[in-house]
Write a protein that binds this ligand. Sequence first.
Ligand SMILES: *[C@@H]1O[C@H](CO)[C@@H](O)[C@H](O)[C@H]1NC(C)=O
Ligand SMILES: *[C@@H]1O[C@H](CO)[C@@H](O)[C@H](O)[C@H]1NC(C)=O
Ligand SMILES: *[C@@H]1O[C@H](CO)[C@@H](O)[C@H](O)[C@H]1NC(C)=O
Ligand SMILES: *[C@@H]1O[C@H](CO)[C@@H](O)[C@H](O)[C@H]1NC(C)=O
Length: 459
Amino acid sequence: DMLCKEEMIELKDIFSVKLKRRCSVKQQGSGTLLGITLFICLKREQNKLKDSTLDLINLSEDHCDIWFQQFRKILAGFPNRPKSLKILLNPQSHKKEAIQVYYEKVEPLLKLAEIKTDVTKIVTEYEGHAVSLLKECELQGFDGVVCVGGDGSASEVAHALLLRAQKKAGMETDGILTPVRAQLPLGLIPAGSTNVLAHSLHGISHVVTATLHIIMGHIQPVDVCTFSTAGKLLRFGFSAMFGFGGRTLAVAEKYRWMSPNHRRDFAVIKALAKLKPEDCEISFLPFNSSKDIQERKAQGSPKCDCDDPWQMIQGQFLNVSIMAIPCLCSVAPRGLAPNTRLNNGSMALIIARDTSRPEFIKHLKRYASVKNQFSFSFVETYTVEEVKVHPRSNSSRYNPEREDTPHETASENSFPWNVDGDLMEVASEVHVRLHPRLISLYGESMEEMHDFKVTCNCI
Ligand SMILES: *[C@@H]1O[C@H](CO)[C@@H](O)[C@H](O)[C@H]1NC(C)=O
Ligand SMILES: *[C@@H]1O[C@H](CO)[C@@H](O)[C@H](O)[C@H]1NC(C)=O
Ligand SMILES: *[C@@H]1O[C@H](CO)[C@@H](O)[C@H](O)[C@H]1NC(C)=O
Ligand SMILES: *[C@@H]1O[C@H](CO)[C@@H](O)[C@H](O)[C@H]1NC(C)=O
């Protein structure tokens, strides 16, 4: 007895129950009853979830049946656990691994949890495929949508779900100020060459963790941005880079024949070799400023010169990040925007002004550390609700004649943006606006991230 270690599981961590039988080939019927098996979701270090089983041995058919029915009743009572999911799978993503990832790791767990699935393949080469798919497909009867792929697919599906929600609500998307929320929660299974969205959502890029969050019905609201130009909606998204980050992606897109990892390294080197600043005007609405002014007005404060809460900075900028979520990835364990959260109602605006190439490289490398990421004289960070990026002259636009190979840059007279890993080319001002908690994603709020930080600091 003394050797038995006492352990405990909570009912809320159980996601399935089965009768356990010993089946033999000779035997007819369902085999000898051994007891019941509970399938549980275990929390591991660094936000990782793992499935496990617990066998309760009891040879009595009657006892087992009572317990089995009781457990099923309890399981049916948990809110948010999906019974039926629409799965969108990108078969092309990361060396065509998504299909294997889904059928080997995800589907068996969904089956175990008795979740019905309906799989549709999306083709990311065909731009807007997810949008047209989600425009037409019937989502009635589904409790959630799941995207199996990388950042490009995930972002496109989120965009498509939000567009669909606006259409259903009869909203014009152009000039939209307060979009309606997406009706169904979205799950993200990381199966791409970059999985920043899933990583930010779960604190780890891990297929089983992502799947278990969906099965357990962990749901959290997440902030989303709209990107528009001249009042016209370009898309919904979670993060954007302009300047170096956009240009790197534009170069990578021209070398699609390379493997994703090679392509990315190659593009970074190429973009660094041609590092040049953009001449821009960046206006932004600091977080809380509109509320501040309303409050001051309500309190009848004497005339203040702060009626226009917008601030403007201008100059030569090498790289600009606008991020509604922390953007965790392997090169930035605390995120490309470590000071923002998935849903605290603000975006990080991070600006790298013109500097020397070695200093800029030092700044990029600093993302790998756990603190002082932005302690460079040429880097500025702001917490904002809205941003307008207005390129001021044509001097730094793409001029194919100046390039050694005419095919490698974005179209003439447009600026490349990297929106969640997707290339977006826009010729003029881009207006980015934050919409708090616009979409629900399967995942749990990561309070543990703080622990993670602390443990990291101690190393
Ligand atoms: C700049 O670009 C890199 C890589 O493209 C990106 O990871 C980084 O977060 C960007 N932002 C800033 C402000 O340097
Ligand atoms: C934002 O405004 C609210 C109320 O106006 C205030 O309670 C809160 O502390 C402010 N947050 C920040 C980060 O300034
Ligand atoms: C969002 O959360 C981060 C981290 O807790 C914090 O530093 C930042 O000030 C928060 N922003 C707002 C607007 O509350
Ligand atoms: C920038 O380019 C556009 C289109 O090519 C042109 O119409 C405009 O006059 C140019 N502006 C400047 C300041 O050179």
